[in-house]
Design a protein around this ligand. Structure first.
Ligand code: UD1
Ligand code: CA
Length: 457
């Protein structure tokens, strides 16, 4: 099959969103809706992809930094969808062949559906194929006008539709494959004499039919794919649809999800079979290996959770690696660049930042571990704190293998505790501790007999 160039229209402001953020940057399951459309474009093999930007163009372009091959066209003033395509005219002349036009706000389309549309387009040698579907409530969409024999006549925008036309339930999804020469010819003829004073790309349909070109609608059986986001209600509906699609796929592949309606999982996550996910949890940009358990109300972003690890309720993990069989939480916080080895235990109200903990080390309760390199089989007692910041710089703490740290200990970094040492409870360490020593830094206890009884009188 020929591979058309992919052009995404994303210059509109999205007035109905009532937002300072450009519409196409509003996230749907953790990613700007535009990125879902760009991903779709690049998923069509060998396709080159470009985006028409305008409203908030710097912000939109910046959000696309992760797509180095993307090209942009600038539409300074937003005069309608045909005008938007027009800004890429000179480029399209050099492309030749066909162009697939997608809308930045129609972000639930499946690759398989687009491939089926393209298949029909090329097989039937159409000048234009556009996606349609039937909606129970077609309000807001362009309606497909058909003649007595069911042949397509054109598209009528909602704003220009008569009350009879408004009753038509077949809508235009805003997805088109054009033969480029036909498109360029039509663009020159499209006028803005309509209720909105805009240049409608949808007018190309009647124009090309009038010229005797082969034009047809391609009906998508799953109407949800054509869902366009124009306001925040539609935004939440889009997220709900993608959430269900993603969770259903994961469950069918062997992931248990409790109360899936309450669980948000980024469709790009890799989650293995026999992973169990509790209610109210959110997971993005992460890789969860088999047999891991993520309990309820956790937030996991940009993490790798290895085999059979257990993340307990209410934990917040970001930019971290949790090794095999490690246990985290309940109510623990892993900040970026935390790396927990196999069998590590991080208990409740423990915060870890930019630190490594070796195999089988434990911090079971109420601690702050920042900029630390903790060896294997280290026990960090309750209330252990790395004092890593002097107000200007961050300093490193090193605790070697097999160290036992008593409760309520502070380590004023930079500092190294040698292998196999013992740190007495309640110590504030300010100097390095040599291997196999006992470090103890606290004032001696004094008991004043009978003092309390006298004081009470
Ligand atoms: C459009 C279609 C409508 C279809 C619907 C499907 C037209 C005239 N109407 O209506 O038939 O049912 O999509 O979702 O095409 N854009 C630009 N520059 C502009 C105007 C729009 O880049 O000057 C972009 C927008 O950012 C958006 C897309 O084009 O991503 C569609 O524009 P929008 O205003 O949302 O069109 P609809 O009213 O939804
Ligand atoms: Ca729209």
């Amino acid at each position: 099959m020929m591979k058309p160039h992919v052009l995404i229209l994303a210059a509109g402001q999205g007035k109905r969103m009532h937002s300072t953020l450009p519409k196409v940057l509003h996230p749907v399951l953790f990613h700007p809706m535009l990125h879902h459309v760009i991903d779709l474009g690049f998923s069509l093999h060998h396709s080159s992809v470009s985006v028409v930007v305008g409203h908030g163009k710097e912000e939109v372009k910046k959000s696309c930094n992760g797509y180095p091959k993307l090209q942009f066209f600038h539409q300074e003033e937003q005069k309608g969808t045909a005008h938007a395509v027009g800004v890429a005219k000179d480029f399209l002349k050099t492309v030749k062949g066909h162009v697939l036009i997608l809308s930045g706000d129609v972000c639930l389309l499946r690759k398989e559906s687009v491939e089926a549309l393209l298949g029909t387009h090329f097989e039937k040698k159409h000048a234009l194929t556009f996606a349609t579907t039937h909606l129970g409530n077609p309000k807001g969409y362009g309606r497909v006008l058909r003649g007595d024999k069911g042949q397509v006549l054109g598209i009528r925008e909602e704003a220009d539709a008569s009350s009879d036309e408004k009753r038509i339930t077949e809508i235009n999804a805003g997805i088109y494959c054009f033969e480029i020469d036909s498109l360029l010819g039509a663009l020159d003829k499209i006028k803005s004499g309509n209720k909105q004073g805009e240049y409608y790309l949808t007018d190309a349909i009647a124009l090309l039919i009038h010229e005797g070109k082969r034009v047809d609608g391609f009906s998508l059986p799953d109407a949800q794919e054509t869902h366009g986001v124009n306001d925040r209600k539609a935004l939440s509906e889009a997220e709900r649809i993608l959430q269900k699609r993603t969770n259903d796929r994961l469950m069918l592949s062997g992931v248990t999800i409790h109360l899936p309606d309450t669980v948000l999982i980024d469709p790009r996550c890799e989650i293995a079979a026999d992973v169990v996910i509790g209610p109210g949890t959110q997971i993005s940009q992460s890789h969860i290996h088999k047999g891991a358990v993520i309990e309820g109300y956790c937030r996991i972003h940009d993490c790798r959770i290895e085999e059979s690890a257990h993340i307990k309720q209410g934990s917040y993990l970001e930019g971290s690696v949790v090794g095999k069989e490690a246990k985290v939480g309940p109510y623990a916080h892993l900040r970026p660049e935390s790396n927990l080895g196999r069998g590590v235990k991080i208990g409740n109200f423990v915060e870890v930042k930019k630190s490594t903990l070796g195999e089988d080390s434990k911090a079971s309760h109420l601690s702050y571990i920042g900029d630390a390199d903790i060896g294997k089989n280290v026990n960090l007692g309750c209330g252990f704190i790395t004092c890593n910041y002097d107000g200007k710089k961050k300093h490193k703490t090193v605790i070697e293998d097999e160290v036992f740290v008593g409760s309520d200990t502070q380590v004023v970094a930079p500092l190294t505790v040698g292998r196999g040492s013992y740190i007495a409870s309640g110590s504030t360490l300010t100097k390095d501790v040599p291997a196999d020593s006992l470090a103890l830094s606290r004032t001696k206890q004094e008991n004043k007999l009978g003092y309390a009884k006298r004081f009470r009188k």
